[in-house]
Design a protein. Structure first.
Length: 681
């Protein structure tokens, strides 16, 4: 299959594919609480559910509704994947929300944005000067690029998530540093006001952020608090007259930190528990203006990439914040912060698809003109395979980005797992694609003039900020497990009173009985996909069933301690990513085939290839979980037992000359891999 795909990877196929995409895209409780080992960040995310900024059409689902069994029901595909329960409503058919008029407007805005980037903005100059040129900023304000999703009543463009994603894709294609500036302003900077602001807060701040040329920033990270966001130390206490909160503390690495006038700041506040009367600190979100006084920022950070994006420390010294500027309620700040981040993630996937498209195009242009050994290098299988893989990763990431944005526009509020998956996948895909583009260009790719080294430097951060990919993998696995666990617990409870719960018990018992006698209980995707995709859909369906069984096995085996099994959780998350991506491309390609789009044959091939590869990887990861092998799909086994792992970690920490090598995947792997055979048996 892959050979077939790479034979399409020449200039023509690539051109057709991209042109067509352009056209088309216009369009328990496992009681986690007791486990201190998991950061509060993760736990917070597990509790949080994102909220759509502006549902375009009537709610098509209930966020969470109580099922007959008492456990929460979600309509989201990814959540239900963990229960082995196929809920395809958000996946099939490929969601589309834009009306003709909205599509036309989007196309116009995309054109204007593209023209701005090709004719006004100079990413090289921005990078060299470590700041965005003022003429670029002026033009962006004029275009309304800082106010894409602010409602028109507050002077913004009032765009849907899908429209915003299209614009962000254009930004990602040209200048990620400008993208982070725009994103820090609207994806996270004032997003809290959009999601949680009172009418007064919206009326006061949104027009200023839309057309008043006042930049916004999101201030969460502190020197001792990154992934563990709940551990922030900045503190705000009520003034004696109860008119203000007095804020003290500091933040680090804040995008737009040196230029922002409006800031969403998170700080601990003393909160009295109404039940016990005890006082304890809880995080609260505040809208802080630089003009309040007591707010200073450090010099711009020197960074690997994103050089023209302004990143600074911010210090708060006795800042007087009016009580009216509490955002989302006292003590609710953690939820506010996590919702903002969840809500903004789909934009990152869209930006990454723009980046992948641009760098792949550059690599293809080179490959189709560069002659070596008397031949164009795109005639070599090695180069063809690279381009095929790059196109494939791009197609998958793009399919997810627009599936999620459309679901958000349709009113879904339960998209946090899908958004996290798309962020992890697309940031890693973009890194790989950019790296391979440089490889295809050879020495030329390494030269500054070529422009790819800047993109490689810029793209690296996307695996780190707005939730590191490592944390997001754990978040995906633990949130899903928690959901599945709550349903299993309901089943346990039902057995205590079987007479009253016969329906539930029979349903579950039948599911397990079918499984145990080997009869296929795979949910059939056939009615949902184009007939020619049936074999690929069968692979996805098999992975789906395997996944649900694996989760149940983990719950039974580890119970509450599953939160400590990060080796296993990571592999579970990787399998979840592979399964969701299969669904996204199956759905999108079905649409292409049904509409008989010119790109359909190529999309078809890509989806067949992807399903073959992804299902194999998913099986490998899931088998490793069931067999207790603590390796990964790269074919290496790291360690056999957590005890050994702890030894390796502590050994590594105290022996600076120690070189850790991958342990071969063999039965006695525990004894190898340490320089000088220092590993004790
Ligand atoms: C250019 C740039 C711009 C930024 N902009 C902003 C901004 O605008 N606003 C803002 O608030 N912040 C911002 N940040 C901060 C960013 O969000 C944090 O860097 C990020 O959340 C990670 O935190 P950390 O760097 O402290 O890493 P840490 O949390 O210290 O993590 C270090 C490593 O340990 C891993 N790790 C941590 N905990 C666990 C765990 N429980 N299990 C397994 N692995 C774990 C992480 O995945 C990571 O690999 C920015 C950072 C950069 C570099």
């Amino acid at each position: 299959m892959f050979t077939e795909l790479i034979s399409h990877a020449g200039e023509k196929a690539f051109h057709i594919y991209h042109e067509c995409l352009n056209i088309k895209m216009s369009v328990l409780r496992i009681n986690l609480r007791s486990k201190a080992v998991v950061s509060k960040y993760l736990l917070g995310n597990v509790k949080c559910h994102a909220t759509a900024a502006k549902p375009a059409v009537k709610h098509v689902e209930k966020d969470e509704r109580a099922s007959h069994s008492g456990a929460k029901e979600s309509e989201a595909f990814a959540m239900n994947l963990f229960r082995g329960n196929l809920r395809g409503g958000q996946v099939f058919p490929y969601p589309e929300v834009l009306t003709e008029e909205q599509s036309e407007l989007t196309a116009m805005l995309v054109d204007s944005m593209d023209t701005f980037f090709t004719e006004v903005n100079d990413p090289v100059l921005n990078d060299d000067n470590e700041q965005v040129e003022s003429k670029s900023l002026e033009a962006l304000w004029e275009l309304g690029a800082f106010a894409c999703q602010i409602p028109q009543e507050f002077s913004g463009l009032g765009l849907l998530n899908t429209q915003y994603a299209r614009l962000v894709e254009v930004v990602g294609k040209h200048d990620l540093s400008v993208g982070v500036m725009l994103g820090a302003h609207q994806s996270i900077g004032f997003k809290g006001i959009l999601l949680f602001g009172t009418p007064e807060q919206k009326a006061k701040y949104l027009p200023r952020a839309a057309v008043g040329k006042e930049y916004a920033a999101f201030c969460l990270t502190e020197p001792s608090s990154g992934s563990d966001a709940g551990s922030i130390k900045s503190r705000a206490v009520l003034s004696p007259d109860k008119e203000h909160y007095i804020l003290n503390g500091s933040k680090i690495w804040i995008s737009n930190g040196g230029i922002a006038e409006i800031m969403t700041v998170f700080a601990q506040t003393p909160v009295v528990d109404p039940k016990t009367g005890n006082q304890r600190d809880q995080v609260t979100g505040f809208i802080v203006e630089r003009g309040f006084g007591g707010v200073t920022s450090g010099p711009p950070e020197k960074k690997l990439g994103l050089k023209s994006s302004n990143t600074t420390d911010i210090f708060f010294e006795d800042v007087k914040i009016p009580v009216d500027n509490v955002l989302g309620g006292v003590g609710e700040g953690f939820k506010v912060a996590m919702n903002i981040l969840n809500n903004g993630r789909f934009g990152m996937a869209a930006a990454m698809t723009g980046t992948m498209r641009a760098v792949t195009k550059k690599a293809v242009e080179h490959a189709t003109t560069r002659i070596q050994f008397g031949r164009r290098i795109d005639s070599f299988g090695t180069i063809q395979e690279k381009i095929a893989k790059m196109s494939l990763l791009h197609y998958v990431a793009e399919s997810m980005a627009y599936m999620i944005s459309a679901n958000m526009d349709k009113g879904s509020t339960d998209f946090q797992l899908e958004a996290a998956i798309s962020k992890v996948f697309s940031s890693e895909a973009a890194w790989h694609v950019c790296d391979e583009a440089i490889q295809i260009m050879g020495g030329m790719g390494y030269m500054k003039d070529c422009g790819l080294e800047r993109v490689l430097r810029d793209v690296r951060i996307f695996r780190i900020f707005e939730g590191t990919n490592d944390i997001l993998r754990l978040f995906v696995a633990l949130t899903g497990i928690q959901y599945a666990g709550s349903h299993l617990r309901e089943l346990q409870k039902a057995f205590k009173n079987p007479a009253a719960n016969l329906g539930l018990i029979f349903g579950e018992a039948t599911k397990r009985a079918i499984r145990s006698v080997g009869l296929s209980s795979s949910p059939s995707l056939s009615p949902l996909v184009h007939p020619s995709l049936a074999p690929s859909a069968a692979l996805a369906s098999k992975s789906f069933v395997h996944f649900g069984q694996t989760v149940e096995g983990m719950l039974v085996k580890y119970g509450r301690s599953v939160v400590d099994q990060q080796f296993l959780l990571n592999r579970l998350a990787n399998a979840a990513i592979d399964i969701y991506t299969m669904m996204a491309v199956l759905s999108r390609t079905t649409r292409a085939l049904q509409l008989d789009l010119p790109s359909a044959p190529h999309e078809h091939l890509m989806t067949q290839t992807w399903c073959q590869e992804a299902s194999q990887r998913a099986a490998q990861n899931l088998n490793m979980i069931s067999s207790d092998q603590q390796g990964d799909s790269t074919g290496f086994t790291y360690v056999k037992a957590p005890k050994n792992h702890l030894f390796l970690v502590s050994y590594f920490a105290t022996h600076s000359d120690y070189t850790y090598v991958h342990l071969p995947n063999s039965a006695d792997s525990g004894a190898r891999g340490v320089k000088g055979s220092a590993y004790p048996r």
